[in-house]
Design a protein around this ligand. Sequence first.
Ligand SMILES: Cc1ncc(COP(=O)(O)O)c(C=O)c1O
Length: 464
Amino acid sequence: METNDTQISGFSRRGALRLLGAGVGAAGLGALGLAQPATAAPLPAVVPAVNDTGFWKKVEQMFVLDKRILYMNVGTVGSPPRQVLDVVDAVHRQVARDAEASYSDFADVRQVIATAHGVDKDEIVITHNTSDGMSKALLGLNLREDDEILTTNHEHGGGNTPMALLQDRQGVVIKRVELPIGDEQTAEDYVELFRAGITSRTKLIMFSAPTYLTGTMLPIRELAVLAQEHGITTLVDGAHIPGMMNYNFRELGVDFLAASAAKWQCAPGGTGILYIRNRITAANPNPLPEFWPIVSSGYPTNGSVDLRHRDPSQDIGKYLQSVGNGTKALNAGVQKAVEVWNEIGRQRIQDHVVGLGDYAKEQIIERWGIDALYSAKSDQRLTCALTGFNPFQNPADVKDATKSSEFVARLLDEYRVEIRNTAVPVIGDSALHRPVRVSTHLFHQQEHVDRMIDAAWKLSKLMA
Ligand SMILES: Cc1ncc(COP(=O)(O)O)c(C=O)c1O
């Protein structure tokens, strides 16, 4: 799982905060006109340039993140802006005051999410997180004994676990493409890797984009086209996509995309987004795959629906969304987070966060050399705001799990920079590699990347 292989040993973040003294003041309420829902004003008509530091400094003020720590682990969890916190708090209180039940399919919230990602509300489910969405997608498909899932060796437990259930319970066969690391491949190389793994039994192609281990963005559209050519269903573990990349889910042409809302989208913890294609379009003209809502109290029980033969009139999103009493406050928080991102501009955010990721990669290459990079860089289709690299002066130290965890802990303890490490299977090496992973988000600017790079460089010298 995401946190399993991150050992921030010998350091308690709370302990450090106590050591440092009192909390941070509530600066920035009202910045960008985004702080108070009732008075939210549109952004100025003149759109500031992507690298306008004044603009991004104002964005930074929308967040309550402790300023004494440079937080660069958004890939594990984001931080809701004040506006989201306010809405969640207000709705929680209103629900408590009125003892209000929420037997709802949350159509309004799903509509807002759907519009932001270029799809329709019957194609969107608000989940608990990526793992929840992955389970609902994988276990809802009609996969049987000897059917094959083609996936990768860089998948997260949120996808690996339901795949293992399918294997152990139903005899589904899991085949894995071994992914390369670093900057030597193009999008086409990934397509060829997957093409070589397809057989007449392949029913599903499942992959993470980006992978959580290296931060390389697998080419979603290209792999979707490959799958379509073979009549294969696609599921993307897109944990990191909402709030980072301005992707139109429809145009990607995939069948399913499970994601977090609490990472880059900075919605409340315990929220996620699942996209289920419910349209036949040019981007994916194949029939809708058989799919069942495995958790539901809203699926018609009168035999009126046959999901073996799906068509767009079957409201698949509603069936999966309607499950007993729901969480109105958290869902209102998701809606607000999506609206705040819309207001700032999703493409502007993508340009900013990926631009900072590119900058981080350049700095890493300059100091440590190209071989230190675990993420792709040259092919822009493969880059995103996650950056994985080997921070050690002696490259072989990247295989030392203890040293890697110590690096992460000391970076936080001694330099107040919070990142994480990962455990990456590498082709041709029996030992796992433990690079570090950095997230660049909308509350960061170039100076933050510089600070992280300087700290990592100094620490790598100390640990040489
Ligand atoms: C690629 C990937 N998939 C799944 C997950 C699990 O995410 P969640 O906590 O939203 O279930 C993560 C992150 O932790 C991830 O990076």
